[in-house]
Design a protein. Sequence first.
Lengths: 358, 218
Amino acid sequence: MSRHDNSHDELRRELRSLGATADRDARAAQRVYSQLFESPTAASDGRRALFGRRDMLRIGGFSVATAAVISACGEHVRGQIGRVGAVPTTVKLPDAVVTNITLLRTASSLEHSAINVYSQVIGNTNLIDPKLQDVAKRFMDDHVGHAKLFEKLTTEAGGTPWTCGNPKIDDVIINPIITRIIKGAEATPTSKAIEPSDDPRRDVLNFAHGLETLAGATYQALVALFSDPALRGDAMSVGAREARHAALLALTINPDRPGGLVNFDDAVNAEPAAPPTTIAPTTTAQNIANPVGGKSPSPAPVPQTEIPSVTAIPGQFGALGAIQIVVGKGDENGTRLKMNLETPSLNSFVYEYMKPSC
Amino acid sequence: MDIDVTEPVPADSALRRRLLGIGLGGAAVSLLPFLMGRASATTTTGSTSDTTPAATTTAPPKRPSTDDVTLLGLAQSVELAARDLYDVALGTSGFEADQRAVIATIRESHDAYAASLSAILGRLAPQTPNPVVDSLSSSFAGETSTILDAAYSLESTAVATHTDILGKLQGTDAASLIASILIVEARHGTVLAYLNGKTELDDLLVNNEADALTPAEG
């Protein structure tokens, strides 16, 4: 028997063996199908063994995992989250990067916002005492100069100068305050209409003081954000001027001495042996409890929200906290409009992708 | 070997199958984060998006550099000089109560500024007043109006010096401190002009800022 004949024999044996295995498999499959689909009982052991609840859950989980794998095999962009199924396409928001140009545009926007406020006030004797018109004009001229400086610095830094007011601060702070002072507030389903300010000149001066303080604080805050030291010096040369505006307004608004000059606590701490004799009062007195007693000839007026007093030198170091402004006539409960002025931040920066709309 | 799937499933075989299933499931879950990172996405970029990578920038240091130490030493010497000069002024007897309260408050502020700069500089703080004290002492010991004029000039000098320093400082911690000092010293000038009876806006707003001191002068 040759080696060649021997191989043929082995091959034939293998084929027979495979044929027998295939026959057994076919018979086994037939038994399975019979048990599955012809069994009279609803839950036979065989069916449970093959398609139990757990198997169905397992198959479902496997399908989800498979879908994730299949989705991973398609086109992709690194760093983006993948999605399974049909989802509408989205438009990516522009990158909001805080650069020196962004900060310079924010600075010029703040100057333009201040200019817009003074331009509404100047010439209107209902809003500002004629004796203070020159002061307001001078302040506005200063702001125009500051805006030009920051626009020039923006151009030198390679950016597009911003020549409008700050959109966020205008919408959220300046316009609501001006409206409340001049027009009051309209009635709503839950509150009565509010009349225009009971003292527009007082409110305008306090608002101007708040804006000037805010401008100074903004430049102080920007110092830590500018990466170029030269820009820090430029910003603070303007910030110093804004602080002097605020100090002069405080001296005008608050006639108390020394309360209008320096922070009372600081004055007491400076000379504890001989403290100032007068305490700085708030500029609006309250009469909540009718302390005199007896009958009032007419209904007592609703006490109005106090107006915070202002000081030319409010503290030893420049503060970056919110500046509270209280303006307008109080509502039916005597509550005036309170607004916190905060230095521009991520939601009020004028980013490079923003386009002016003024 | 026979393969008969209708045979009863042994208990250990079911357990094995479950363990295998759990293992495969765990493997799939562990791979998901990786797969998600590579997953397909149909996000389209808007026309305004910046497709070029942002330029890399180096954040400025927080702590003072070696050069900063010299500048901050100058700033502290100016504050110490101011404190000493206001001490001279408070030794006189011509002030009204309000004027005295303001001068004393400003004196305390300059002392606080010197202390805060000392905290930034540590053992490198000079702790010595600027020589400008010698040239201004006589003015701070004179009449009230003379003192207020001299104080007005001194505050303007401090503002100019700090502004100049800010334009050179590298460390942002010290820059923030100097800015918080400068902004109040600017107010000092307005109040001192007001106390001295000035009514011109150029005076009240310190339109003509004094010259800055330099380390060489220190």
